[in-house]
Design a protein around this ligand. Structure first.
Ligand code: NDP
Length: 308
């Protein structure tokens, strides 16, 4: 990645241009950069951001210059000025700081759809959240606890364990030192979990399946350790009629109403103090490459923001 000068974007009829306050860094940005998820090159990475509207396309009636907005779309957010389709913009309420709004668009909405729709978590359910001190992880733990689930989580270091605990996790497992399957079963007996929320992928997938109760759900939603190998349906029968899903955020915010509803829940919880958004670090936009090195090197916690 290089920091380059480009012409200012001019909004198409359905677009607005936003002057960036902050762009979020997400694991998906590293997949776009590495080619794991194919996108046309050259590209401006970045899947979420927030800022202030500075120009409006001819057909846009719902936003005007000066509005505070945030968005989540696959590319283009690592820039001081970003053209976004008005349909995909979310108004940010007065009580929410713009950098915090940027921080929850992708990871917050992901945590939201995972617990509300991918597997609708119930009070008393036992769930496992991998990488519990990460961006999605810290938010997922808080949402699972607010529903009343018992939360097991894995983390890479004791310091990350403290963050996951503070977010409300009931059981924190250092999975680089301990076999997490044995650790969960020691606490809760054989196959205790209703659902595994797994953003780590290759290294944790098999272990998670082995912990599911009959008709449990494996929600494998990411590849932080590499993509999961192909799975035969017979693996699911051997794991007590497990349900397997590989969800993607954009299929859960396809309609504008769904996008606004999820954003509204997040902003409401942030304003009431029910959802704490941890900004692990703020890095200059021009040093985005360093932000990727840190994220891929397991050196970050919570949200990493890029600021102009
Ligand atoms: P995180 O902040 O969680 O960072 C990833 C974490 O994964 C690391 O901090 C690390 O935590 C853990 N990890 C485990 N093994 C590795 C490894 N080999 N290399 C690097 N990290 C590893 O990232 P995000 O919150 O942005 O994303 C988490 C996951 O969720 C990603 O896989 C991402 O693709 C996925 N995702 C999927 C979405 C969807 O809709 N499908 C949407 C959003 C995110 P530790 O040190 O504790 O092990």
């Amino acid at each position: 990645m290089e920091w380059v000068e480009r012409p200012d974007p001019v909004p198409q009829a359905s677009q607005v241009v936003v002057d960036l306050t902050a762009a979020g860094v997400n694991f998906i940005d590293t997949y776009h950069r590495s080619g794991l998820y194919e996108v046309p090159l050259p590209l401006v990475p970045g899947s979420e951001g927030a800022g202030v509207v500075s120009a409006v396309g001819a057909d846009v009636t719902s936003f005007e210059s000066g509005d505070r907005v945030s968005w989540v779309v696959p590319l283009n957010a690592y820039a001081t000025k970003v053209a976004v389709d008005a349909e995909r913009l979310v108004p940010v309420p007065a009580g929410v700081e713009l950098d915090l709004a940027a921080a929850v668009m992708l990871q917050g909405m992901t945590a939201h759809y995972l617990v509300t729709d991918t597997y609708r978590l119930q009070p008393g359910d036992r769930c496992l959240v991998h990488a519990g001190a990460g961006g999605v992880g810290l938010l997922l733990i808080q949402m699972a606890k607010s529903i009343g689930a018992e939360v097991f989580t894995t983390v890479g270091t004791p310091e990350k364990g403290v963050l996951a605990s503070d977010a409300g996790a009931d059981h924190v497992i250092l999975y680089r030192e301990t076999d997490f399957v044995a650790a969960v079963e020691e606490i809760a007996g054989p196959r205790p979990l209703a659902v595994v929320y797994d953003g780590v992928g290759k290294e944790t997938f098999d272990g998670g399946l082995a912990l599911l109760q009959p008709r449990g759900t494996m929600a494998t939603f990411g590849n932080a350790s590499g993509p999961v190998d192909p799975v035969s349906p017979l693996v699911l029968s051997a794991n007590r009629s497990a349900f397997l899903t590989r969800p993607v955020l954009f299929d859960y915010i396809e309609s504008r109403q769904e996008l606004l509803d999820r954003a509204n829940d997040l902003f409401t919880w942030m304003q009431s103090g029910d959802l704490n958004v941890r900004i692990g670090e703020r890095i200059p936009l021009s040093e985005a490459a360093e932000a990727h090195r840190r994220l891929e090197g397991r050196l970050t916690t919570g949200k990493v923001l890029l600021v102009p």
